[in-house]
Design a protein around this ligand. Structure first.
Ligand code: ADQ
Length: 435
């Protein structure tokens, strides 16, 4: 019995692959297990094994304790460990070999994300006939931060094995181009970087959601019914605020809870007027920073409920669980205010999913300016999550906005997400790669 792993990359890639030919090479999520290729959900999947110790050193280590915090503005301190780096290199080699064996002559290979940044160059060495694309789902940091990395040169050279390197925001692409110049002394013209006898392009391709699928899902009577039921289970609050995230320190969950707690304690929100539901999907649970974060969020929730709640009524409902697509869609449909406040985020699909679910043109999106999505979703209630007072003001403004204002904003937000959906993202990337 296979289950999809929660998180942005899988959500985005699955519909793209289901509608095309091709194989998905990836780790299947169980350490130390060797599997043959198999079919699932209309996709051809080719598992690459990771040992127990590689999960620790490569996945939890170099990927999620080094690169993840470094690429997110060092909001947590990155770990620089040579053993972890060695594991990263070894696993990248394994993926490159797997792709080299699988790809047909002159095929297109599209490498996804920060865990595989060495694969483009390794693969090119094995298979110079291939077209190689790379997409980074998370932010690409400024030179000043990236330069901390002891293996910065290897990573940049790894990425430069691709013909096209894609980023979420134009800022990521320009950070990368600047880095190639500063670190390797490479010449460039606009977004073309000259690497020996080749040209590597760097450009932004903002990722999106399957708008059509969500839009029709929330029109189904059982979803509409479930959304009503959720509100009544919560005691029919005047205003329902919602947060949905992987439990990650980049997502600004603590900041939004602090703002909500202060609004309650100072009386700007009356008891019973508003309920906050925070869904926090378990994530990277063996990485130390994530354990600390979980403790601190749970402490914060306990404090707010202890101080501001009443018997039988708690202002914050916190769920440390993963949900199915239908339940998530019902939650989006039930929520008056969606609170998305990352301290740094490549894109943030939750913000776009919320918009795709609001064909009733109701609901307000509070969005951090540090999410990639902020470039496109200009009609959201924009916040700086580090500014608690500003965040409180915007949350209140979103709660108190008139239906007319909300529908005006939502109409324009929906136009954007409907036009630039995940299919368009994939098409534009692949068309650019093949041009
Ligand atoms: P993530 O950091 O995982 O993605 P995000 O883009 O918000 O962040 O995607 C999360 C996905 O997981 C959404 O599709 C959401 O519905 C799902 N999800 C969240 N909580 C869930 C729960 N409790 N149960 C089930 N599903 C849940 C990374 C980058 C982002 C980038 C994406 C895609 O960090 O910036 O937008 O990749 O490129």
């Amino acid at each position: 019995m296979w289950r999809r792993s929660p998180g942005g990359l899988v959500t985005a890639i699955a519909p793209v692959l289901q509608r095309r030919e091709g194989a998905w090479i990836g780790w299947h999520g169980a350490p130390g297990e060797y599997l043959d290729p198999f079919e699932h959900d209309g996709m051809h999947l080719i598992p690459v094994p990771l040992s127990e110790s590689e999960v620790e050193l490569y996945y939890e280590g170099f990927s999620n304790a080094t690169l993840w915090p470094l690429y997110h503005d060092v909001v947590a301190t990155p770990v620089y460990s040579r053993v972890m780096w060695e594991a990263y290199r070894a696993v990248n080699e394994r993926f490159a070999r797997a792709a080299a064996e699988e790809a047909a002559e002159n095929a297109v290979v599209w490498i996804q994300d920060y865990q595989l940044q060495l694969v483009p160059a390794l693969l090119r060495r094995l298979r110079p006939d291939l077209r190689i694309g790379f997409f980074l789902h998370i932010p690409f940091p400024p030179v000043e931060l990236f330069s901390q990395l002891p293996w910065r040169r290897e990573i940049v050279e790894g990425l430069l094995g691709a013909d096209l390197v894609g980023f979420q925001r134009p800022g990521g692409a320009s950070n990368f181009i600047r880095l190639c110049r500063r670190l390797l002394g490479l010449q460039h013209h606009k977004n073309e970087i000259y690497v020996e006898d080749r040209v590597v392009r760097a450009a932004a391709f903002p990722i999106s959601v399957d708008f059509g699928e969500l839009d029709s899902l929330v029109r189904e009577p059982h979803i509409i019914e479930r959304a009503k039921e959720i509100r009544s289970e919560l005691g029919d609050p005047e205003c329902l605020l919602l947060g949905v995230d992987r439990l990650d320190y980049t997502k600004g969950i603590g900041q939004r809870l602090k703002a909500f707690g202060e609004l309650l304690s100072e009386g700007s929100i009356k008891p019973g007027e508003a309920a906050f539901v925070q869904i926090a999907t378990p994530s990277r649970e063996r990485v130390e920073e994530y354990m600390r974060l979980r403790d601190s969020i749970e402490l914060q929730v306990g404090r707010i409920n202890g101080e501001q709640g009443e018997l039988g009524q708690q202002p914050v409902q916190y769920m440390h669980q993963s949900y199915g697509r239908e339940e998530l869609a019902s939650l989006y449909l039930a929520a008056d205010v969606m609170v998305v406040t990352p301290l740094r985020d490549g894109m943030n699909l939750v913000a776009k999913e919320y918009i795709a679910c609001r064909n009733d043109l109701r609901g307000a999106l509070v969005l951090s300016e540090f999410a990639g999505a902020a470039d496109e979703l200009r009609q959201a209630f924009m916040v700086n999550p580090y500014d608690v007072d500003g965040l409180k003001r915007m949350m209140l403004a979103a709660m108190r906005a008139t239906p007319h204002d909300l529908s005006r904003r939502m109409r324009s937000l929906r136009r954007r997400v409907a036009t630039y959906d995940v299919d368009r993202w994939a098409k534009e990337f692949l068309a650019s790669l093949e041009s």
